[in-house]
Design a protein around this ligand. Structure first.
Ligand SMILES: NC(=O)c1ccc[n+]([C@@H]2O[C@H](COP(=O)([O-])OP(=O)(O)OC[C@H]3O[C@@H](n4cnc5c(N)ncnc54)[C@H](O)[C@@H]3O)[C@@H](O)[C@H]2O)c1
Length: 258
């Protein structure tokens, strides 16, 4: 895609699912890519996967915790050094699990908001500060969800966190546009990733989620991580040079259903 080759990319949550697919896609486009995730085993596996996509000198990674300001500062410094300058942030790390609203504990609420909102803010701010200081006209892509645009049962904490990401992104776009930094949001619907496999397993019905996708998504299936990775690549590229402050829905038509 136009304007991607040679760019420095940081993918948070780049060790699994959508983030790992985005890292592989951006490597394929000729970017230098730094990935981060919250545990070592996932990082090791991701680096093995990426080795099939690109030469070893094009990618690296480190374990980090997005809700920790110190950890985010460390990760961003490592990524800046490895890439030679971060041009693109795929601000992708996030968690999801089901909780009935009436049983939702303060601890579960706080954990969700810490990772999905505080983490997105910390990572976005740290990278934006570097881009402004270095006069880099970069692209920041924040990961929300269709759950940030409408509410799904058993996800009050997740719906709220992704609604906050949508507004955080718009706020960043309003302030960072003057620096030439584009900020956009991806809102996927149901995508088949380890996150959703685990949610279905915890619900005790691994087949239920895929049956739901078949019956309620107009395209008749769940999405693939590569189909969201392509949107990361597009929003990071020069093809999206006038797209700013937008939410791009990637849901097989689910949101169009009445
Ligand atoms: N899968 C879907 O259907 C779907 C739909 C809409 C939005 N999303 C969003 O896409 C993003 C990726 O989801 P996925 O399905 O690929 O999930 P996944 O579980 O496969 O990957 C999650 C990634 O985030 C990282 N992560 C989790 N907690 C972290 C923390 N505290 N600190 C640092 N890193 C952490 C993990 O290490 C991993 O790399 C999430 O923000 C999710 O909310 C997913």
């Amino acid at each position: 895609m136009r304007g991607l080759a040679g760019k420095g990319v940081l993918v948070s949550g780049g060790t699994s699912g959508i983030g790992l697919a985005a890292a592989a896609r951006l490597l394929g486009e000729g970017c230098r890519v730094f990935v981060t995730g919250h545990e070592q085993a996932g990082l090791t596996g991701a680096l093995e996967t990426l080795a099939a996509a690109a030469p070893a000198e094009m990618f690296a990674g480190a374990v980090g915790e997005v809700s920790s300001p110190q950890s985010v500062a460390d990760i961003v410094a490592l990524a800046e050094e490895f890439t030679g300058g971060i041009d693109v942030l795929a601000n992708n790390a996030g968690v999801a699990w089901q909780e009935p609203f009436l049983d939702l504990t303060v601890e579960a609420w706080d954990r969700m908001i810490a990772v999905n909102v505080r983490g997105m803010f910390l990572m976005g701010q740290a990278v934006a500060r570097l881009m402004v200081a270095n006069k880099r006209r970069g692209s920041i892509i924040n990961m929300a969800s269709t759950n940030g645009l409408a509410a799904e049962a058993l996800y009050a904490h997740y719906n709220s966190s992704k609604g906050a990401v949508v507004q955080l992104s718009r706020s960043m776009a309003v302030e960072l546009g003057a620096h030439g930094i584009r900020v956009n949001t991806i809102c996927p619907g149901y995508i088949q990733t380890p996150m959703n496999v685990e949610i279905a397993r915890a619900a005790g019905n691994p087949a239920k989620a895929l049956a739901y996708a078949r019956d309620f998504i107009p395209l008749g299936r769940a999405g693939d991580a590569d189909e969201v990775a392509a949107v990361y690549a597009f929003l990071a590229s020069d093809e999206a040079s006038f797209i700013h402050g937008a939410e791009l829905v990637v849901d097989g038509g689910q949101r169009a259903v009445m």
